[in-house]
Each structure stands twice: as C-alpha cells, then as structure tokens.
Design a protein around this ligand. Structure first.
Ligand SMILES: Nc1ncnc2c1ncn2[C@@H]1O[C@H](COP(=O)(O)OP(=O)(O)OP(=O)(O)O)[C@@H](O)[C@H]1O
Ligand SMILES: [Mg+2]
Length: 444
C-alpha cells in the first residue's frame, strides 16, 4: 500500500495484538497494520499520514521503543499511545525517555474499551465505518485476500457482476461491500431475493406496474429497478428468475430501460446489476432454464466466494470475531475457544459456511458454562466421524496455492507487488512459494 492509496485512519500496532484486540479495533472501524519487533527483517508498514501508533510495552518493550523510533523517522508527526503492563521496564532509560512523548499511556490490563476510547480521542478524523471498507470481509486467508482485491478492482467498473458460491459464504456481504466501494455508494442499494418472490409478482416487484394493469393493481407501483435509479440492484438467487422476467432483465442490461407492466412506455434507468447464485448457472443454461444471452451479459465480471473449509486460517479468526461481537452485546462468560474446540472447528466441513459458524458460535456463547467454549457447546464432535480431514486439508491447500499463483501472475511475478496485493510481507510470499513448491524461475 502506498501513502497515496491510504484512505481513512489506521493503527500501526507495534508489537503483536491479540486476536481480541485485532478484531476489537476492526469492529471499531480501525484498520490495523502490525510492526512486529520479533520480525527483524520485515519492512515497517507504510501507513501513510493518517495513522496512529499503539506501542505495546507489555512484552518486548525495548524492541518496541526501537521500532517506534524508526517509525517516527519515516513519519515524524505520528502520535502514539503506549500500552503498559506489569512487565514494562518503566525505569529503563529508553522507555523512560519515550513515555512522556506518548499521547496517552494505558494500563494494558484494563479493558480494551480504554484503548478504543483513547484512539477516539486522538486528534484527526474518525475512522471510516466498517461497512465502507474492504476489510468488511473478515478473514486473512490468501483466498479472501484475493477476493477483497477483486472487490476493490471491480467496484469502480460499471459492468454487471456475477457472484457465485455455496450458501452462507457471504455473497450478499460481498455485493454490499462492492456497492459501498463504488462511486454509487451514496445511491440506493436494492437487494432482491428472486427465489422468495411469488412467480406472478416478480415482474411487478422488479419493474413496477400501472394502475389497473391486472386484477388487484389498484394503484401505480414503482419497481425496485426504478426506485434504485442511480444505484445498485443486487439480484440474489438469479437462477430462480422466471423466463419472462429474464427477458426484461436482458433489456435493462442491453438498453438501460424498463417498462412497467401495463405500459408500453420505456423508462430509462441507470442501475448497476450484481447477481448471485448458489446453483450452477451454466447447467441451468444447458437445461433451458436460464437464457444463455442473459448469462453472458451477467457473467462479465465474476466473484467466487470460497467455501469456509477452503479458507485456511479463517475459521478460528471468524469464530473469535463472532464471539467478540456477541460479547459486546451480551456479557457472556465465554471469552475464547478451548484447544479441542478449535481443532473440531478446523476439522468440520461447514456445509452452511460462515452463517453456520456464526450461528454455532452464538449458541455456544449462550450455553457455555466456562470462559472457554468446548466442542460440545458448539455441537461439534471432538473426533468428527464422517469428516475426511485429509480431503479438507488438501482442499484448503489447493485453494491457497491457486490464490498465490493467481496473484503472482497478476503481479507479473514481482514479489513485492504480489506481497502488496495480498497485504502480506515479502517473506510470507517466499514462504508460501516454498510451501507449495512454486519455482518462480519456471513460472516466469
Ligand atoms: N467475512 C465475513 N465477516 C463477517 N460476517 C460474515 C462474513 N461473511 C459472511 N458473514 C455473515 O454470514 C451470514 C451469511 O452471509 P451472506 O448472507 O452474505 O451469505 P450468502 O452467500 O448470501 O448466503 P445465501 O446463499 O444463503 O444467500 C451473514 O449473516 C453475514 O453477515
Ligand atoms: Mg444471500
């Protein structure tokens, strides 16, 4: 990320935030970059001018202060908040000199709320709300990074987009994120579930009708396409759209016009169409249930939402995220997951994907008796009969490999560029290449 690309404020965390801290910040609207004192060779994050540092003096205080100095050479004005703990060597000269320059010093043992409030008090603009940022797609796996990258790329392009993926993978969430990042973000976003509309009302819902155009049409009705003029229409379960409505949708895409039922007057509408499906549309086309010409019109840009089981590393991260979010509203006892619960979650196939994970975590948070959620609380078996761990593992590995190769190709095999796109360090890119036995020389 370059300085110029920076938008909104971010936190540079000098040290290692816990998962709770990381997601606490994310939820409060802060993008977090980590400058880890343990990674000697990693470059400092390029955080731009709108950043504030949180210097974690609870563990490696001296190394953290050294990093702070380096950071301030690059960003002389950067404000910082110190997080201290019982092991902070407050009398050590380096630390003693640094402390008075901090904006605030917070006792790291106190609640996370204290830090969040200090960040809120820090001078500068408030961070962007979470729904305005690409990191809305919580996750850190290569598959989700590639997806976020594509969302950012597709957002400003005025072309239709098809989002595919299993149930609960976040198709609607991706569509909303894309709208938020697009130039249309101040205009309406209309989400319509085509599968939930009664067949005889689909046309009227989408395109509107004139008074008296059919029995029961007692007044003129404006359809979703017309009322979302200037904005985005998200057609969920597009595979369920009846054939006659498909014809009218094709007209919107080709000519940018609609006709209300009972009227032969064409009305210009300016909408961007995003569509989602969990069924195989190619198959629906071959079976004559979906218009081929409409399929090609919609399938210009494509986002594939990875199933949760292929999102290496994201299961625990999302589980903690949902637990933290739940705890914020309901002060439950459960704070984290036991080792066996984490194992069980990682080995489970998650047919309902992120939605299922969220539901299980919320239910577990309510019933858990302890601070640590168990596999039983999650209604997952610790030994998981019927789950093929090997095939799950290899599905994840191959998704990760695919994401890295895609990104390397897109970056013309430039490691720095690939690292920038994936928002990981160059060292991580090299590590992943090694892990997947990718010979860069041969790929190039
Ligand atoms: N990355 C994420 N971070 C946080 N919450 C998520 C994420 N992805 C999905 N969710 C949550 O999971 C649920 C399912 O997401 P969404 O409705 O977008 O999925 P979908 O693919 O449209 O599902 P369906 O196929 O059933 O319509 C929602 O409650 C959403 O808020
Ligand atoms: Mg949906």
């Amino acid at each position: 990320m370059s300085r110029g690309e920076m938008s909104g404020r971010c936190v540079v965390w000098v040290g290692r935030p816990s998962v709770e801290e990381h997601f606490g910040l994310l939820r409060a609207g802060w993008r977090t970059l980590v400058a880890d004192p343990a990674s000697q060779n990693e470059a400092l994050p390029e955080c731009g001018d709108a950043a504030i540092a949180v210097v974690d003096l609870r563990a490696s205080a001296l190394a953290a202060v050294r990093i702070l100095h380096a950071l301030r050479e690059n960003y002389p004005g950067i404000a910082w908040i110190g997080l201290t703990g019982s092991r902070t060597p407050a009398h050590e000269p380096l630390v003693r000199q640094a402390l008075p320059q901090a904006l605030e010093i917070i006792d790291g043992a106190s609640s996370f709320t204290a830090l969040r409030q200090a960040l809120q008090r820090a001078p500068g603009d408030a961070p962007a709300p979470i729904e305005n940022r690409p990191s809305i797609l919580t996750g850190d796996s290569p598959a989700i990074r590639m997806l976020s990258q594509n969302i950012r790329k597709f957002a400003p392009v005025e072309l239709p987009l098809l989002i595919t993926g299993e149930t609960g993978t976040g198709k609607e969430m991706a569509a909303r994120a894309l709208h938020q990042l697009s130039p249309r973000h101040e205009q309406p976003f209309a989400a319509i579930n085509c599968g939930a509309l009664p067949a005889n009302l689909v046309q009227s819902e989408l395109f509107g009708h004139e008074r008296g155009s059919f029995t029961g049409a007692t007044a003129r009705r404006i359809g979703h396409f017309e009322s979302a003029d200037g904005g985005t229409v998200f057609l969920d379960e597009i595979g369920d759209l009846p054939l006659d409505a498909q014809t009218n949708l094709l007209r919107v895409l080709q000519e940018g016009t609609i006709e209300r039922i009972g009227s032969c007057q064409s009305i210009k509408v300016d909408v961007r169409v995003l569509a989602a499906t969990h069924v195989d549309l190619e198959k629906a086309v071959s079976q004559g249930r979906f218009r081929e010409d409409l399929f090609y019109r919609l399938n210009v840009l494509r986002l594939r939402m990875p199933p949760l089981r292929e999102r290496n590393g994201d299961i625990e991260l999302l589980a903690q995220y949902f637990l933290d979010a739940f705890r914020e509203s309901y002060g439950t006892r459960a704070r984290a997951f036991s080792t066996t619960a984490r194992k069980a979650m990682n080995a489970f196939a998650w047919p309902g994907n992120v939605r299922e994970l969220m539901n299980r975590v919320q239910r577990a948070a309510v019933i858990a008796d302890d601070a640590l959620i168990t596999p039983e609380d999650l209604e997952l078996s610790a030994d998981l009969p019927g789950t093929d761990r090997d095939s799950l593992g290899s599905a994840r590995t191959s998704a990760e490999r695919e994401a890295i190769v895609d990104c390397l190709r897109a970056s013309a095999f430039n490691i720095s560029e690939c690292a920038r796109r994936l928002r990981v360090s160059r060292v991580t890119v090299y590590r992943l290449c090694k892990k997947h036995q990718l010979a860069l020389d041969q790929l190039r």
